[in-house]
Design a protein around this ligand. Structure first.
Ligand code: COA
Ligand code: NAP
Length: 278
């Protein structure tokens, strides 16, 4: 397939943890259009197989593998299958995550733990198990964080805490693995249009329009905005960048915490009505 200028990842292997949809799939599509061979992993074999088929339809070589980032044995199996197919991993995108709106007093310990387990422990599992399969020197790991990692945001305690820890984990990996020629960075996306994550936090079109107006650059992000940043970081152009945590948010993080009160309270009422809430 033809590389999309200015990036050329022909013959290089991208492994995506959490790649069946949204931002992570958009990043995979960017790399696929630039010639990469792509391995996608997520919990649902159906969703991940369909996602890989969409990349194959673009002309890329891609496979979909089932694996929950909370299950080290399943992650290892997926990594082994990916490397068997495409060889050592050049770029690892660590992006599996979970989110919902809930205040601290409305969250059980297990609710808080569910997001920490997926986002933080999952990122640790994937990177640690992938280490033996990374190309050395030359591999690049990219964590998908969020601007909530530095902005204390009501209804997002679990995500703020988990992603702040992901960013610190990313920086420690950069320090420990730099000598192996592995670079490790984090991207903090802002609100990205047509994604599960944004729709969960801002469920109405009117709310998303208002959010776009709050962004200094006056639009929501696109998955391609995150793909471009990830390709830059993984390319030769980013060769001296490691341990960085980079907002790609149109400047929204400059404007303080977002107000999720209306959607958060509506979500709480819906759970109470369904018999599952506090
Ligand atoms: N408010 C409060 N607690 C909630 C909640 C909400 N809106 N949604 C889930 N929980 C609680 C559950 O009640 C449960 O706690 P309990 O056992 O004490 O009752 C706990 O969170 C785990 O829920 P469960 O559905 O069993 O977890 P899971 O591992 O199957 O799913 C989630 C993880 C909850 C994060 C789920 O939303 C998910 O799979 N998300 C992936 C997709 C996504 O979030 N995309 C956006 C990425 S930014
Ligand atoms: P999404 O489409 O729901 O993406 C989440 C992905 O993770 C899916 O592919 C999901 O696939 C996978 N996943 C979830 N739990 C998993 C697990 N335990 N093991 C393996 N895979 C798992 O949501 P998104 O909004 O695009 O979010 C993608 C990333 O961007 C996340 O890291 C999120 O925190 C970050 N982010 C999003 C926004 C935004 O505006 N959307 C803003 C900032 C940051 P399966 O369901 O098939 O497992």
């Amino acid at each position: 397939m033809n590389p999309s200028a200015p990036f050329d990842f022909r013959g290089r292997h991208l492994f995506v943890a959490g790649g069946s949809s949204g931002i992570n799939f958009g990043v995979a599509e960017g790399f696929a259009r630039a010639g990469a061979n792509v391995s996608l992993m997520s919990r649902s074999l159906d969703r991940i197989t369909a996602a890989a088929s969409r990349l194959v339809a673009l002309g890329a070589d891609a496979i979909g593998l089932a694996g929950d980032v909370r299950d080290p044995a399943a992650v290892q199996k997926a990594l082994d299958a990916a490397v068997e197919r495409f060889g050592p991993i050049d770029v690892l995108l660590n992006g599996a995550a979970g989110n919902f709106l809930a205040k601290i007093n409305d969250m059980s310990p297990n609710a808080f733990k569910s997001v920490v387990d997926i986002d933080l422990l999952g990122s640790f599992n994937v990177a640690r198990l992938a280490y033996g399969h990374l190309r050395k020197p030359g591999a690049s790991i990219i964590h998908i964080s969020t601007t909530q990692a530095f902005t204390p945001t009501p209804y997002q305690a679990h995500v703020c805490a988990a992603k702040a820890a992901v960013d610190m984990l990313s920086r420690v990996m950069a320090a420990e693995w730099g000598a192996d020629g592995i670079r490790v960075n984090s991207i903090m996306p802002g609100p990205i249009a047509d994604t599960e994550g944004l729709n969960r936090l801002v469920p109405t079109p009117q709310g998303r329009d208002a959010m776009a107006q709050r962004v200094p650059l006056k639009r929501l992000g696109r998955t391609s905005d995150i793909a471009h940043a990830a390709m830059f970081l993984a390319s030769e152009w980013g060769d001296f960048i490691t341990g960085a945590v980079i907002p790609v948010d149109g400047g929204l993080g400059l404007t303080g915490p977002r107000d999720f009160t209306a959607a958060g309270e509506a979500s709480k009422q819906a759970r109470v009505a369904a018999g599952s809430g506090a």
